[in-house]
Design a protein around this ligand. Structure first.
Ligand code: HEM
Length: 149
């Protein structure tokens, strides 16, 4: 088991990074759709089209990519000698991953509000929250690559 996991390490890490890219693409793009959706009149053709795009992006790509990111990440974390749990970077990273999970949950809530024609947020609000996953991504990449502490 130990050596199998160690041999598979570069493959699991590749799968982890591919899943991260797919998940992040959705976390960055879905709020952009909300910006334009918030400007479309309720009941318009554009609004109904945005609903379909948002549902498919979240259910078809973001949910599976999130689960794959977490699954491959946990396997990496369980591979012997990959993580020194006395270092701080892994805990800071896991904290930020927790933040991304909360953000994913917010996106789902806002998507459902749009689906029910009950969105209460402005385009400006969605532009502003769109910065959060960008900051988290930059911090996570520096933490896992530089391992500054
Ligand atoms: C439960 C969630 C996660 C866990 C347990 C986890 C764990 C890990 C582990 C153990 C590694 C290998 C580190 C090493 O080789 O030194 C890794 C690599 C990586 N992770 Fe995660 N990860 C998670 C989520 C994420 C997320 C959400 C992102 C980005 C937004 C991310 C980005 C990366 C990147 C870019 C690498 C490659 C770093 C390198 O080149 O060594 N991970 N992850």
């Amino acid at each position: 088991m130990r050596s199998w996991l160690a041999d598979a390490y570069p493959w699991i890490k590749s799968a982890h990074i591919v899943s991260v890219v797919a998940w992040m693409a959705g976390l960055l793009y879905l709020p952009r759709l909300f910006v334009y959706h918030a400007m479309a009149p309720v009941g318009s053709v554009q609004s109904e089209t945005f609903k379909i795009m948002e549902r498919r992006l979240l259910r078809g790509i973001m949910n599976p990519a999130m689960l794959a990111t977490l699954g491959f990440g946990l396997v990496l974390a369980g591979t012997p000698d990959v993580v020194d749990w006395h270092r701080g970077w892994i805990w800071a990273k896991l904290g930020l991953v927790g933040g991304l999970l909360v953000y994913h949950g917010w996106l789902n809530r806002w998507r459902m509000a749009f689906a029910d024609d009950h969105n209460r947020h402005s385009p400006r609000f969605f532009r502003a929250v769109n910065e959060l996953p960008t900051l988290a991504l930059i911090a996570i990449v520096v933490l896992v690559v530089v391992k500054p502490f």
